[in-house]
Design a protein around this ligand. Structure first.
Ligand SMILES: [Zn+2]
Length: 234
């Protein structure tokens, strides 16, 4: 029998909540393994329904995390279910979900090369095709704000401008996807693009792709490539 629970006036299957929590726990271990975060830094969330989100707890390492440690919050980051304190960056997550209706999962990383560009307050330039295909152009760096503040969330949403990733000045990166696997892929491609940008800057600079070419590649990716990856198109 499919048991449900009432969260933020929505009847939600307990199974769906548990699978979101389990997916976040598994992704935390994946982020450590892929060196996208260290210790308890960074955070992960999944949109369960409008106004119902599963998010990693504040200050807890990923290695021993359990599904029940994952907190369920509403749009105002108020806890709906869970014992621990939700991530201090929950506002960043809920602000992105509000601004981007396609976003179903968000990963905030402190990966080295993205953080290096963020420390320089420079964007990830549109110099490599895969990041352009996925994001649609350069990845901007948001204006600086203290961690955990509404200002940080507002600045990130503004600089993101509907794209799937943004850098947080002197801090790290945040990316969203249609699910956690998609968000992870965006984080990894963003980190790779940031690394290439830094290599190129130390060797005389790269040539940035034109907006026109970026738009063509991004449209092809959205209209065809994703379907081919899913086996929906030959
Ligand atoms: Zn952070």
């Amino acid at each position: 029998m499919n048991e449900t629970v009432l969260l933020n006036d929505k009847e939600i299957s307990k199974e769906i909540i548990l699978s979101a929590r389990e997916a976040i726990v598994a992704m935390g271990k994946e982020l450590i393994e892929r060196k996208l975060v260290a210790g308890s830094w960074g955070n992960i969330s999944v949109k369960i329904a409008d106004g119902v989100y599963a998010v990693t707890p504040s200050g807890r390492g990923y290695a021993n995390q359990k599904p029940e440690d994952i907190v369920i919050v509403d749009d105002a980051c108020k806890t709906l279910d869970g014992e621990l304190t939700p991530s201090s960056e929950s506002k960043l997550h809920t602000a992105i979900y509000s601004a981007c209706s396609e976003a179903k999962a968000i990963i905030h990383t402190h990966s080295i090369y993205a953080s290096a560009l963020a420390a320089m307050r420079k964007p990830v330039p549109a110099i490599i095709e895969d990041i352009v295909q996925i994001i649609g152009g350069r990845v901007e760096c948001a204006e600086y704000a203290l961690p955990g503040t509404q200002k940080l969330a507002d600045n990130a949403v503004k600089a993101m401008n509907g794209r799937k990733g943004v850098l947080l000045a002197n801090h790290g990166a945040v990316c969203w996807g249609k699910d956690l696997a998609d968000a992870l892929m965006v984080c990894e491609i963003l980190e790779k693009a940031a690394q290439i940008a830094i290599i190129c800057q130390s060797c005389g600079g790269a040539v940035e792709l034109s907006n026109e070419d970026a738009e063509i590649m991004h449209s092809f990716y959205k209209e065809h490539y994703i379907k081919r990856q899913r086996g929906e198109e030959k």
